[in-house]
Structures are given as C-alpha cells and as structure tokens.
Design a binder for this molecule. Structure first.
Ligand SMILES: [Zn+2]
Length: 245
C-alpha cells in the first residue's frame, strides 16, 4: 500500500523519540504512515532483539502506523554499502512514500550517521530506472531530517501539542529501554536512556521547540533545500507575532 510518510530509524525507538509526535499527528490527519528500522537492535545494552520487536509492534499500534518493519542490517555496524542501499531502495519503491523522515547526519551513534546517508542516497537512487530491485523506480518528494542527540537550526517545527501525551505513551512502550514500572529483572542495569531524567529531557525538548513557534510542544525538522513560499503575506499569519525574537 502507498504511504504518505515513511520514517526510517537505525534502531527501534529512534523515530518515536525524535518525531513520534509528528507521525501520530499525520496518522490523525488521515495520512498513511510507516516506520522502518534498519537493524533489529540486537546490540542494545538492555532487552533482546525479540523483546525490542514486541515493543516496536506495541509502539506502532499506539502511533497508528499502517506498516512497521525491521530490516536486518547489523546493529552497531551499519555501513554505507551498495547492498544496504538496495534493501532501502526496494522498501522505498514498495511503499512509495510522498515524504521520507531520516536521522540528522550529525549524531553521536555511528549507526545514526550511516543511516542518515544511506536513506538520503537511497531515496535519490530509488528514482533511477536502471537500478534494478524488481520493483518500479519511484522517488519521494522530499527527505526530511529529524533531530537526535545534537541540535540543528530547524527549517520548520511541527506543532505536536495535541499528541505529545500520545508520543510519550509510544515511547513508554519500550519498557526494556526506558524508565518505568514492570521492568524485567535482567534489565536492572541503568543506561544513559533508562534514567527518569532521559524521558523528562524529551518532554523538555518538545516544550522548547513548542515555545519557538508559540505553542506548547513542537518537533524540529531540517531540509537541505530552501522551502518554496508563493504568498509570504498569507504564509506568515498573526501567529508569527509570538515568534519574533
Ligand atoms: Zn538509535
């Protein structure tokens, strides 16, 4: 089935943390959405690949996804290779998304940086007829980058005020990874993301970007190209009064 928006993450939970609110909002607007992780997360400090797959499915349900899928690139060793590009190109052709969401290219985890380049290049290559994957050539309208560990100056911020609580619910579906009740005894070891402060920091970031556009919660995005505006007077409505620095 053709998707409107397809988000790629290196690992399960990457997309939820960075732009889960936007995905939920799009589903609420009637768009068909999907999430594909490049790895199965087998190198994570907590939770097994099986546990993470279950959590991924639970989160997909909360986010209202049409499709969610894990590819089999090796966790911790994602590399920009032709073989990996072909796998991603084929997914793009099968799902034919109008927009693609990908990790920002400056990141702490090397998998995220590799994933950023793999997805961006694959989105372009998917449009070349002579790249043969068994499916028709298709190029998405735009690749949009979401924010991970490091800040960027956003090209735009999506208002997620109405769905931020739902986003936190989707994140909490990853019980093996984040702070909360019912944690498995084998997951007693704390990691940088299992402390309660981590989830609070996600909410704080959403608030910070919300303030930047005069709403309660927002998620920042970056595009490499300039945005086209036909009518700046109409585009910059009275709500922009709140965002003049
Ligand atoms: Zn990750």
């Amino acid at each position: 089935m053709r998707l409107d928006a397809l988000a790629f993450g290196a690992h399960a939970d990457d997309v939820e943390l960075a732009c889960g609110g936007t995905i939920i909002k799009l589903a609420g607007l009637g768009y068909k959405t999907g999430v594909i992780t490049l790895t199965q997360g087998e190198m994570g400090s907590r939770g097994s690949a099986e546990v993470r797959a279950r959590e991924f499915s639970k989160s997909a349900e909360i986010m209202g996804l049409i499709t969610h899928q894990m590819l089999d690139l090796p966790d911790g060793r994602i590399e920009v290779t032709w073989e990996n590009k072909l796998k991603i190109i084929d997914e793009i052709r099968v799902h034919q998304p109008r927009i693609i969401l990908a990790p920002y290219w400056v990141e702490r985890h090397p998998d995220h940086e590799q994933a950023s380049r793999l997805v961006r290049e694959s989105a372009y290559l998917a449009g070349l007829k002579k790249v043969d994957t068994g499916h028709h050539a298709f190029r998405p309208h735009k690749v949009i980058f979401y924010q991970g560990r490091f800040d960027f100056q956003p090209s735009f911020i999506v208002n997620i005020s109405d769905v931020q609580a739902q986003k936190m619910k989707a994140i909490r579906a990853y019980r093996s990874q984040f702070h909360g009740r019912n944690r498995a005894p084998s997951d007693s070891e704390e990691t940088s993301i299992s402390r309660p402060e981590f989830l609070a920091s996600i909410e704080t970031r959403d608030k910070r970007y919300g303030v930047a556009i005069g709403v309660k919660y927002g998620e920042p995005f970056l595009v490499r190209e300039a945005l086209k505006v036909d009518d700046p007077v109409a585009f910059f409505g009275p709500e922009y009064l709140w965002t003049i620095p």
